[in-house]
Design a protein around this ligand. Sequence first.
Ligand SMILES: *Cc1c(COP(=O)(O)O)cnc(C)c1O
Length: 369
Amino acid sequence: MSLLGRAGAPDLSPIRDDVRAMIPFGTHPAAGLIKLDAMENPYGLPADLARELADRLSHVALNRYPPTDPRVVKTKLARAIDLPDGCSLMLGNGSDELIHIVIQACAAPGVCVVSPWPSFVRYGLITRLNGCTFAPVPLADGFAIDQAATLATIRERRPVVTFVAWPNNPTGNLFDRHVVERIADEASPGLVVIDEAYQPFARDTWLPDLGERTNVLVMRTLSKIGLAGIRLGCLCGRTEWLAELEKVKPPYNVNALTLETADLMLDHLDVFAHQAARISDERDRLIESLFSIGGVTPFVSAANFVLIRVAEPDEVFAGLRNLGVLVANVSKLHPQLAGCLRVTVGRPQENAAFLEALAQCLSGRMTES
Ligand SMILES: *Cc1c(COP(=O)(O)O)cnc(C)c1O
């Protein structure tokens, strides 16, 4: 018997009760499957760009810390997104870290964070991890923001931060801009973070409003356009806000390999814009095809995924997987998502395989799981 065995199980009581009660973030194994579960871009890098990247990365000084203020990448990014005057941006290890930073900078006992719900699950988890109260406001029918309920919650709870995913995940729709404007007015001086993770597929943005709307921040990420692996997000807003948030950021949060990769990729944004346009076209075709399959309701999407509703989501999820297609089963995340699966838009052949498998599942010829 090993020493470890004799010592018995460790006493985990120093870990917070709520943390011990948490379910770890997990993804389903995807080996050998058509992977339509994580909103990834299905297209890889063009071969010449991949070769150039390999060369560039071979010269990165891995013995050195990365810059604490990565000027070159920030400047290129600011130019690429047309950052308004008076605004700055900060980089994060994915948007995920930026959500942590915003909440950490505002967190205090009794403080509240609001979001229309269902939305990106990380908003709620990170809020609670920081000891704050999360106040999700249920969406109305058709996944629109319930304006009256949201404004009432903001008036009552005075949230320090309100998150609005625009387009929303997992529903895929773009909330009415006027409703979000009302939210931003009501929430002031509380921050409103517009999460534009899917902006390349929605082709609409709040960035030009940042100069005027002094309590709004816009968050972007490179994850959904084809660079999920490098983990790079950015948060934009009035320079005064960013100066405060920078104090909370870990000093070397974006690693040198990511910075070098981003530096190169930001010179080739046309590649990613072209892929995003293909994905958007393919999404529209996918939705149209879904309408022609009996037993499935697709919802409108301005993102690179489509939410669908079926009568038996668990069976369809398992059936699809048995037929080689992995999607996300979001049916138990929230009562409003009952029956729902979320399907990332893949390559044309992948989407065709998904449609065929789905039709097979729904016509009752489902393979036993
Ligand atoms: C996917 C997604 C992100 C991206 O997170 P990263 O940490 O940048 O990969 C952010 N917000 C929403 C709503 C998302 O769906």
